[in-house]
Structure formats: structure tokens, C-alpha cells
Design a protein around this ligand. Structure first.
Ligand SMILES: Nc1ncnc2c1ncn2[C@@H]1O[C@H](COP(=O)(O)OP(=O)(O)OP(=O)(O)O)[C@@H](O)[C@H]1O
Length: 577
């Protein structure tokens, strides 16, 4: 299946889905407008039919007139019902289509993202749901009402200018009050939300440090803080809520006043001798149709802006995903991993992480990348792996940009261990075999090399144990299985983030032996770690410093002081090669 072929296919699928969605939404808007205008005109015709019946019957006393009017009324009513049903069907169908068409490609695409893909995919699904809600709620009907308003106002004006003036006045007033009401409601929600976040933050802190809180008598003070945080802003939120309630009442009163004032104005005009009989009855009936949508404007504008925001967020998530035009299956590499003039920064206000960074790793070479927390070690590995796209320069395997490789092909040559290894919902063997059909001798070999074999055979079903939830395994066990996944198929290049991060001393020693074996086998390895014993095994140690990599002349004495003496003679390094 195309969707399984990696990032290129996911992106192509997504592009097609977005284009389809836009096309369908465009066609749907035209259809809704057409149906809406037809329905409005039909509604108007039904009202006119009713009022003319009342005007004509007393004067003509004609049964034929009554019969003709009744037939027209029945036909128009059936047609109006059919139009309404069609509108409802169209709204439901388009909202379902958009959600179904987008969800798979969006999740596929966001799941290619480095970092926290599951968080991103959740956010994407939420955004799709928000778009669906905006498309399927009251909004389309209100939009049709608003767009038909000029037509209805023109018809009202043709009936009587006074009804027209009154209608326009109430449309404007209704829109303003409804917008103010929504704003007040939003204000209340924002203030209450902020107070809730503060209170939850404090509660979470208390839970994290529960023992210390009790042991050091901090509970009363913490309770006071929690109460303050929970109630702070409550008064402001209530004030907003009261305002919203008042405006809601004002809106209802406005509606009543409006209907009443039509009656009075028309009555006054009649007293003044104007001929308003027909206009009188018709205006009263029609005016409700035109003013209604304006009274619901605030609530629906909010739905609209949320829907548009969700759409923008979705596009942004997709844009910031590594865009790989087409994966290319380059020939099997001779193993030369390089970064050339590489620059990169995450979106947002923070400064660029890397500027003009260069490095080379060849066959049989082990390179440790060190640096303080947040300096960009994990990011560098993701860039080398090609799952993040550099802002400038590039990361290359044998001269081919890693971001351009077909991901499955690249994964055959490059094994990757992320810092926080999450395992897919599969059996242990499938997880190690990267969700392909497991080649069992290869799986067991990779597990042995990663020191995971003993752990795995101790699981209830051994290699066939289903990994339902990551937390059924300890961090160390997960780490070993993820390391086996990186080693599966004996890739010649290994990018290992926070190697031995959650392993015990024995695990650390095993990983050390693995590194030496990999070097003897001619693999190129780049790893990050905080463990001095592993850093000592590296042929070169490069430190992330101010957006670049520097060989660690200065760090060595400190590290050596803490760890080993039998370090391999390090090659003198003039630069990060
Ligand atoms: N997906 C992301 N979006 C935005 N910023 C990010 C993202 N991932 C990491 N960062 C930021 O980039 C910087 C480098 O992060 P990175 O994880 O690469 O550092 P690190 O050196 O591996 O840290 P550690 O040793 O703590 O794992 C940090 O400031 C981090 O907040």
C-alpha cells in the first residue's frame, strides 16, 4: 500500500487529501448557497401566498382562489421541506467527508515528525474534529441566512420602506448585542481557564513532591496557595458571566421589541392614512427571517474563527513536517556520514541551534556527541537521520542527502535509537523487525547484541508477547528492545541517542562491548550519552558549542578524571572533521 512506503507517500497522500477537501468545500459552499437562496425565496413565496390569501378571500370570496392558493401552498411546502432536507444532508455529508478524507494522511504525515509525534497527531485529529464541527453545526445555515439578507431586505423594501428601515436597524443592533454577548462569554471562559491551569499546576507539584510536602509541614501553606489560585480570577469570571447573561436577556428583549415595534409602526402608518395592509402582514412574517441570523452572529462567528484557526493549525503542522518530495533508493552506501555547513533552528523565537556545523564519520569510527542539556544533541541526530530538514547545508550519507532517501531504504543502512524510545503496538519480534514480517534469526541476533534477549525470553510469550502499552516494560527493557530494533538487519551506520540512558551498570558495560564490536565490524556510529565510560570508548568526542561541534580538548581531563584510564589513544583532532 502506498501509505506504507514512508514519508514521501504520506505527504503525497496528504497533498491530494487537502486538494480534494478544498475542492469539495468550494463545491459545497456553492451548493449550500444555491439551496439556501432557493429555500429563502420559496419561504418568501409561501408567506406572500398566505398574506395574499387573507387579502383576497374577503374581497373575492372565490373558492377557486382558495383552491389554487392551497395547491400552491402544498407544493411550495413540499419543495421547501425537500430543500431543507437536502441542505441538512449536504452539511452532514461534507463534514463527514472532510474528516474522513483528512484524518489518515494527516496522522501519517505528523507521525513522521521527530519529537512527540503522538502529541502532534492528537492535535491534528482535534483540529480536524473542530473543522468538522464548524462545517456541520448552525454555521452554514446562519451563513446562508446572512448571505440571503440583502435579497430579503430588498424584498422588504419593496413591501414598505418603514419595514425596511426597521429591519436594517434591528439587524445591526442584533449583531452588535450578539457579538458583545459572545465576547463576555469568552472572557469568562478564559479567566476561569487560567485559574484552573494555575490550580492544576499547583496540585500536580504537590503530587510530585507529596512526601516532602508532608514531611516538611508544607501542607497548610500549599492548601492556602491552591485555594488562592482556584479562587483568583473567579470574581472576574463571574463578572464576565453576569455581563453575558445580561446581554443574552437584552438580545431576547430586543427580539420581542422588534416584533412589537413592527406592529406599532404599521398601525401608526395606517392611522396616518398610508395603504399598508398587505405590507403590514407580509413584513411581520418576513422580517423574522432576515433578523434571526444577525442575532446568532456572535456565537457563529466564534465557531467560524475556531474552524479557521483549526484549519491554519493543521496546515502549519503539515508545513513544518519534513517535506520529502520523493524517496530515492540510493545504492548501498560505503559509509561516509557527513554534515556540511548545516544550519537549523526550530520555528519560534529561540535562536538557531546550529550554524554552519560540519562533521564526518567514516566506517569503523565511533563518535560521541556531548553537550549540556538542551544544547541540541538529539536534534543533531534527527538531522543526520534526515527526519528534520536543515535550514541550510545538509546531512549526507555517501553524498546523498539523508532527507531525500526513501525512508525504508535508508533504515536498512542506518539504525536509529531515539532518546525516548516508544515501541509500536505489535509483538516484541515485530517491534524489533520494524513492523515487517520478522526474520527470527535476525531478530534474535539483534536482541542478543542489544542485551535484550534475556529480558524478552522472560516475558510471558517471549518474542510473541504483544506490546499493548509501553509501560508494561520498564524503561531499561524498552531501551534494550529499541536498541535491538536499531541493530536489526545490521545497518552500517548507527545513530544512538542517549545510549544506555536508562540502563544499569551491567547494561552500560554490555553497550560498551557492543560499541567495540560495531567498530571492529566497520560500522560508523554517532551516539550521545552522559556516561563517561561510554564516552571513553569513542574515537572522537565532539561537543556542541554555540551552534557548532568542537573536539573536546578541554572536556577530556574532566571526563578522564571521573572515569577510566584505559582509554583508547585518541586521534588528535584539529576540527570536527
Ligand atoms: N520539536 C521541537 N520543537 C521546538 N523546539 C524543540 C523541539 N525539540 C527540541 N527543541 C528545543 O531544541 C533545543 C535542543 O533540544 P535537544 O533535545 O536537541 O537537546 P539535547 O541536547 O538533546 O538535550 P538533552 O541532553 O536534555 O536530551 C531545546 O531548547 C529544546 O527545547
Amino acid at each position: 500500500m502506498a501509505a506504507q512506503n514512508g514519508t514521501a507517500s504520506a505527504e503525497a497522500l496528504l497533498r491530494a487529501a487537502i486538494e480534494d477537501t478544498l475542492r469539495v468545500i468550494g463545491g459545497w459552499i456553492t451548493l449550500m448557497l444555491g439551496l439556501g437562496v432557493a429555500s429563502t425565496l420559496l419561504g418568501f413565496a409561501i408567506l406572500m401566498n398566505k398574506t395574499s390569501l387573507f387579502a383576497l378571500i374577503p374581497t373575492t370570496l372565490s373558492r377557486d382562489t382558495l383552491f389554487a392558493a392551497a395547491v400552491f401552498w402544498v407544493i411550495a411546502l413540499v419543495a421547501a421541506t425537500v430543500l431543507k432536507l437536502l441542505q441538512q444532508r449536504a452539511v452532514a455529508a461534507v463534514s463527514r467527508y472532510v474528516a474522513e478524507r483528512l484524518v489518515v494522511p494527516v496522522v501519517l504525515c505528523t507521525s513522521q515528525r521527530a519529537g512527540r509525534p503522538e502529541v502532534l497527531s492528537n492535535a491534528a485529529i482535534e483540529a480536524i474534529e473542530q473543522i468538522r464541527r464548524a462545517l456541520s453545526g448552525e454555521l452554514p445555515h446562519i451563513a446562508v441566512g446572512l448571505l440571503s439578507a440583502p435579497l430579503l431586505l430588498a424584498l422588504i423594501c419593496a413591501l414598505h420602506w418603514a419595514a425596511f428601515v426597521l429591519s436594517v436597524g434591528f439587524c445591526v443592533l442584533g449583531a452588535v448585542v450578539s457579538l458583545l454577548m459572545t465576547r463576555a462569554g469568552q472572557g469568562a471562559a478564559t479567566v476561569a481557564g487560567r485559574a484552573k491551569v494555575r490550580a492544576f499546576g499547583l496540585a500536580a507539584d504537590a503530587m510530585r513532591s507529596g512526601e516532602a510536602v508532608l514531611a516538611m509541614g508544607m501542607l497548610p501553606r500549599l492548601s492556602r496557595q491552591w485555594l488562592e489560585a482556584a479562587t483568583e480570577g473567579a470574581a472576574e469570571a463571574w463578572a464576565h458571566e453576569r455581563r453575558a447573561e445580561r446581554l443574552k436577556t437584552a438580545l431576547e428583549v430586543l427580539n420581542g421589541v422588534f416584533r412589537g415595534s413592527i406592529l406599532f409602526i404599521m398601525a401608526a402608518l395606517m392611522l396616518m392614512g398610508a395603504d399598508v395592509n398587505m405590507a403590514f402582514a407580509s413584513s411581520i412574517l418576513v422580517i423574522g427571517m432576515v433578523v434571526g441570523p444577525f442575532m446568532g452572529l456572535g456565537a457563529n462567528l466564534r465557531t467560524l474563527s475556531e474552524g479557521l484557526d483549526a484549519w491554519r493549525r493543521l496546515r502549519e503542522m503539515v508545513r513544518s513536517t519534513a517535506a520529502i518530495p520523493e524517496g530515492i533508493a540510493f545504492p548501498r552506501p560505503a559509509v561516509r556520514l557527513t554534515a556540511e555547513h548545516l544550519s537549523f533552528g526550530y520555528r519560534g523565537p529561540q535562536p538557531a541551534l546550529f550554524r554552519n556545523l560540519n562533521m564526518t564519520v567514516g566506517a569503523g569510527e565511533i563518535v560521541a556527541v556531548i553537550g549540556p542539556s538542551g544544547s541540541g544533541k538529539s536534534t543533531l541526530l534527527r538531522l543526520l537521520m534526515g527526519i528534520l530538514r536543515p535550514g541550510g547545508g545538509g546531512a549526507y550519507l555517501d553524498g546523498h542527502a539523508t532527507s531525500q532517501w526513501d525512508r525504508r531504504e535508508l533504515a536498512r543502512h542506518v539504525g536509529f535509537l531515539p532518546q525516548d524510545p516508544q515501541l509500536s503496538r505489535a509483538t516484541v519480534a515485530e517491534a524489533i523487525a520494524r513492523l515487517e514480517d520478522p526474520d527470527m534469526p535476525e531478530v534474535i541476533e539483534a536482541a542478543r547484541r542489544a542485551g535484550a534477549h534475556e529480558t524478552i525470553i522472560g516475558l510471558p510469550l517471549g518474542y510473541a508477547t504483544p506490546l499493548v502499552q509501553n509501560h508494561q516494560l520498564s524503561m531499561g527493557q524498552r531501551h534494550r528492545i529499541a536498541l535491538a530494533r536499531a541493530l536489526y538487519g545490521r545497518p552500517q551506520v548507527l545513530l544512538l541517542d542517549e545510549l544506555a540512558g536508562s540502563l544499569d551498570a551491567e547494561g552500560e558495560a554490555e553497550v560498551g562491548r557492543l560499541l567495540r564490536r560495531l567498530r571492529d565490524e566497520g560500522a560508523a556510529v554517532v551516539f550521545t550519552t552522559h556516561r563517561p565510560s561510554l564516552i571513553a570508548i569513542a574515537d572522537r568526542v565532539l561537543a556542541v558549542r554555540q551552534g557548532s561541534l568542537v573536539p573536546t580538548g578541554e572536556e577530556q581531563p574532566r571526563l578522564e578524571g571521573r572515569s577510566h584510564r584505559g582509554n583508547r589513544a585518541r586521534r588528535p583532532v584539529a576540527a570536527a572533521r
